[in-house]
Design a binder for this molecule. Structure first.
Ligand SMILES: [Zn+2]
Ligand SMILES: [Zn+2]
Length: 80
């Protein structure tokens, strides 16, 4: 058995509504996947929040192309 994120493995999709304009938001991927490349540009506050995510959750970034809002959603990893 392996603990995986259902979104990263295309086993599920989340429908997230934009809190500002109610358009559906696009999953731009797991924050961990590109965290290394961008970590130097992130303020300390975000770094600490990412570090605080439990191992059994995958933090995804959703983006609204309509009003350019982004939102972090933690996804529960599942055993496969
Ligand atoms: Zn994921
Ligand atoms: Zn929006």
């Amino acid at each position: 058995m392996e603990l995986v994120c259902p979104l990263c493995n295309a086993m599920a999709s989340y429908l997230i509504k934009c809190p500002k304009c109610n358009h559906s938001m696009e999953n731009t991927g797991a924050i961990q996947d590109y965290f290394d490349d961008y970590s130097t540009y992130l303020p300390m506050e975000i770094t600490q929040r990412i570090d605080g995510v439990p191992y059994d959750q995958c933090l995804h970034l959703f983006y609204c192309g309509h009003c350019h809002t982004d939102k972090r959603i933690s996804v529960d990893r599942i055993y496969i």
